[in-house]
Ligand binder design. Sequence first.
Ligand SMILES: [Zn+2]
Length: 137
Amino acid sequence: MDRLAPEARSRLMLRIRSEGTGPELVVRAVLSGTGGAGAEFRRNDRSLPGSPDFSFPSRMKALFVHGCFWHSCRCRKGRTPKSNAAYWAEKFRRNKERDRRAAAAIRRMGWAVLVIWEHETKDVEGLRRRIVAFLSS
Ligand SMILES: [Zn+2]
């Protein structure tokens, strides 16, 4: 299994602290720390449906980073607020539909799609392994 040596891990953690803890920033720091597993990446690629947060044109791979609240994750952070519940339920339904359509459209173009949820960026080592596996598959 591809484990990170302690020095490499602390370099990665340092980079994450300096670049910020927003989920996209954590993913970007992981990508920079792994050299993007050798793949050049674009941010918010508007040439693809749904403008994925990261795209790897040379490998035809796209990566979305979903905030747990806005994309209504199944975790605790994805719960629908109690006030204005109908408004939020409709908003989340449309967000999920948009996510689903974008991923399906990208896959129809022959690309692979990976979705990373915000809560999954807390486990940096697990995140790094998933990204490396995705990019090298
Ligand atoms: Zn979540």
